[in-house]
Design a protein around this ligand. Structure first.
Ligand code: G3H
Ligand code: 13P
Ligand code: ZN
Length: 330
């Protein structure tokens, strides 16, 4: 058993309290490898932003649980070496079982998500409660979820949203004891969040997706004032990245994300954690494709992973400064 405090990590409790009060959201960036982790830490140190390093079960299998523990410890030391000891959380994204959450806690995670949203309500409550009881013994914070996001979530494919029912949130939070709650108000995972026919065109001919359900968010906030709310599926799918990928041999069709101004607006509410994975994937892929297409003789991975890391870093700085408002909050 490794305690996250011995790795220099923090849980999310104090960060969320400050973020709700301060009207900003903490970035939760997914990572699977060293370059992504370096980019996240470089960006958040430069922006002086607290950060949640987020690992899915797939990422954990990909990277290896033991390596991840040392990478997280390395991230803490790396931030110090770069000149600013930002608070760093190591968080399990979409944990689907008690056993997985327990194992992550034993390997040094400071925060876990138990995603019981695909289960009937009572089963979601029971599973989430069980994880909270275990996690809180070690001062590890727990995120639960109510409502289902459209798209692929934990290998469960939902054709459409099941928006969070505001009338459930008080009961869920009090019965489970969770520290934060992920809700469904119209975001979804991946790079294809909306079909073009769901969108309208603005004056410049750009597709504008349907607005997030801020009415549901407001209703939830009324019922659990100040309680930390989490938004998943919050990539904006920058069209310049999609265009570059497609111009350099890619084939991404109908890739549409959540407009950044809506995420900015959400960050000012009790939404205090915003999950971004797909935008990072797009940034890395665009940079790698550009180098490989423009310089066919390159075969040193540093020559394409280096620019990919730099592109990621710039994307994350932009998110902290201009979208989530977390810059200068570390
Ligand atoms: O919400 C899911 C995250 O984007 C992680 O995706 O399971 O492919 O690692 P993954
Ligand atoms: P995106 O696919 O929109 O980046 O969402 C990531 C996420 O919610 C991870 O849990
Ligand atoms: Zn998610």
């Amino acid at each position: 058993m490794v305690n996250y405090k011995d790795l220099g990590l923090v849980n999310s409790r104090e960060l969320f309290k400050k973020a709700v009060k301060g009207g900003y959201a903490i970035p939760a960036f997914n990572f699977n490898n060293m370059e992504q982790m370096q980019a996240i830490i470089q960006a958040c140190v430069e922006a002086k932003s607290p950060v949640i390093l987020q690992v899915s079960s797939g990422a954990r299998k990909y990277a290896n649980q033991t390596l991840l523990r040392y990478m997280a410890q390395g991230a803490v030391e790396y931030a110090k070496e770069l000149g600013y000891a930002i608070p760093i959380v190591l968080h399990l994204d979409h944990g689907d079982s008690f056993e997985l959450c327990k194992s992550c806690i034993e390997y040094g995670f400071s925060s876990v998500m138990i995603d019981g949203s695909a289960h009937p309500y009572d089963e979601n409550v029971a599973l989430t409660r069980k994880v909270v009881e275990y996690a809180h013994q070690y001062d590890v914070t727990v995120e639960g979820e109510l409502g289902v996001l459209a798209g692929i979530e934990d290998d469960v494919v939902a054709a459409s949203h099941v928006y969070t029912r505001p009338e459930d949130v008080e009961d869920f939070v009090s019965k489970t004891g969770v520290d934060s709650l992920a809700i469904s108000i119209g975001t979804s995972h991946g790079a294809n969040k909306f079909k073009p026919e769901q969108c309208t065109r603005n004056a410049e001919g750009i597709l504008v997706p349907p607005a997030l359900r801020f009415d549901i968010l407001e209703e939830i906030e009324k019922r659990i004032p100040g309680f930390p709310i989490v938004l998943h599926g919050s990539s904006s799918v920058p069209q310049d990245l999609v265009k570059s990928i497609n111009q350099h041999g890619g084939a991404l069709k109908d890739a549409i994300g959540i407009p950044e101004d809506q995420l900015r607006q959400a960050s000012k509410s009790a939404v205090c954690k915003i999950n971004i994975d797909s935008d990072g994937r797009l940034a890395m892929t665009a940079a790698v494709r550009e180098v490989l297409a423009d310089e066919p003789s390159v075969f040193d991975p540093r020559k394409y992973l280096g620019p990919a890391r730099e592109r990621l870093k710039q994307l994350y700085i932009h998110k902290c400064k201009n979208v989530l408002g977390s810059a200068d909050q570390a």
